[in-house]
Design a protein around this ligand. Structure first.
Ligand code: UD1
Ligand code: CA
Length: 453
């Protein structure tokens, strides 16, 4: 049987109280909808159809993947109306699985169970919640068979006590679905066309209604307001931490790691508390990440230690390096193997060569530093003249004394030594000492000022 997935993503998400459409709200650094699409793809469907509406092109533009087709729902008249927008042209013999763009934690296991449960007719995916407030309730008859789903706002006192809820996900043969959708009415508390009404129609038509339950209650949770979003975030983060540990990573505390994107890890990686990883992060074998480290689109080579409170963005760090504590790498910093960058050092658009050291209180921007270079404390590459940026080049084995300003464009040749406190504006020749500072004088007969009487 062919499979078409329809993902409902047109709602505004009023309860988020946000200018951002709900399905674009970030969860683990990616839009809510991206998580649902990931799950849809695991089912290897013939087609994924996304119903969009609120936020319009903004939603559509956030997803460029070619395997998606888009169906506009101009007015959000309910979940049944939403499915109607995407139903045309689905082969009659396809099973249609309907997923909600706001239920991001659903697992592949539960979706496969839903698919299986629909084998003899249709099926819905339910969950048992301690607090079912707000959800549609699954109403069963005395024999335990599903009769219908009643929305929270339409439920009577007894129905409200039912804690088996509708996750909103269903699997229905396309032919039947088309027929039932055409019969929906909006005569209910919210004046909407409820998709859930098709369940009672199935029962009336003698079509068996199967029920699959989510593997865990948390999977079925919808994200309707910011509290739900925060709970979902914790859930997803816990799953990511579990997966990292299963892959061989030691986490000082799995509850204190946040991954907002994707992280790939080698063997025997250690991650201390409060690390935040964003975008694409790659950690080589035996990498150690200290506490409070932020990595955004960064790759860290084998055996490198990134010490506490360092911040690395769009940069590459080689193998066997030492970074931080309190180092900051802005985009396009590159450290060759064995380099050391210490505390309160900022590096931007620069390459630091093999085994070079920039240990304290320094700014390196738009520079190329060779191998075996020592950059003294408090060195500044003066890369900006107020209008343009200029480059600093430092050759292999050079030694830059403390408190040096290198006024770019400028070159320090290989093996050159720059005296502390120098302001270098011209090429410093290879293997020689260059000093550029006022000569020290001691003023005779000078007295400290005294306070007026
Ligand atoms: C829906 C279900 C409810 C279930 C709950 C699970 C219906 C009538 N109710 O309620 O039984 O317990 O989900 O989370 O189906 N959407 C559209 N177009 C619309 C309306 C909604 O695309 O016109 C989309 C939303 O973007 C969202 C999903 O459908 O992704 C669910 O809509 P929402 O308004 O959140 O429904 P609930 O009230 O949560
Ligand atoms: Ca919802």
């Amino acid at each position: 049987m062919g499979l078409t997935v329809i993902v409902l993503a047109a709602g505004q998400g009023t309860r988020m109280r946000s200018d951002l459409p709900k399905v674009l709200q970030p969860l683990a650094g990616r839009p809510l909808l991206a998580h649902v699409l990931d799950k849809a793809r695991l089912l290897s469907p013939d087609d994924i159809r996304v119903v969009y509406g609120y936020g319009g092109e903004r939603v559509r533009k956030a997803f460029q993947a070619e395997d998606l087709s888009w169906y506009a729902q101009a007015e959000q008249l309910g979940t049944g109306h939403a499915v109607q927008q995407a139903i045309a042209g689905i082969p009659e013999d396809h099973l249609v699985m309907i997923l909600c763009g706001d239920v991001p934690q659903i697992s592949e296991t539960s979706l496969q169970a839903l698919r299986t449960a629909a084998a003899d007719g249709m099926a819905l995916l339910s969950a048992r919640l301690e607090d079912p407030t707000g959800y549609g309730r699954v109403i069963r008859n005395a024999a335990g068979l599903v009769e219908r789903v009643v929305e929270h706002n339409d439920a009577g006192a007894d129905e409200l006590k039912v804690n088996e809820i509708n996750t909103g996900m269903m699997a229905i043969p396309a032919g039947r679905l088309t027929e039932w959708l055409s019969k929906l009415s909006n005569d209910n508390a919210q004046g909407e066309y409820y998709l859930t009404d098709v369940i009672a129609m199935a029962v009336a038509d003698g079509v068996p209604v199967g029920v699959a339950q989510t593997r865990t209650a948390g999977e079925g949770l919808g994200v309707n307001d910011r509290r739900d979003l925060a709970r979902a975030e914790r859930g997803v983060q816990r799953d990511i931490a579990e997966a990292l540990m299963v892959a061989g990573v030691t986490l000082a505390d799995p509850a204190r790691l946040d991954v907002r994107g994707r992280v790939r890890t080698g063997r025997d990686v250690y991650i201390d508390v409060n690390a935040v990883f964003e975008g694409e992060v790659v950690l080589g074998d035996r990498v150690r990440i200290g506490p409070n480290v932020v990595l955004r689109d960064a790759s860290i080579g084998n055996d490198t230690h990134v010490h506490a409170n360092s911040h690395i963005e769009k940069s590459r760090v080689g193998a066997g390096c030492q970074v931080g504590p309190f180092a900051r790498f802005r985009p396009d910093a590159e450290l060759a193997d064995g380099a050391k960058v210490g505390n309160f050092v900022e590096i931007k658009k620069s390459r630091i060569g093999r085994g070079s050291k920039v240990n304290h209180l320094t700014y390196i921007g738009d520079s190329k530093i060779g191998s075996g270079v020592n950059v003294g404390c408090g060195t500044v590459t003066c890369n900006y003249d107020g209008a343009n940026k200029h480059r600093t080049v430092i050759g292999d084995g050079a030694f830059i004394g403390s408190g040096v300003q290198l006024v770019a464009p400028v070159t320090v040749e290989a093996g050159a030594v720059i005296g502390a406190g120098s302001t270098i504006t011209k090429t410093a020749p290879a293997d020689q000492l260059t000093v550029a500072r006022a000569r020290q004088v001691t003023v005779k007969n000078w007295h400290r000022p005294v306070k007026d009487k």
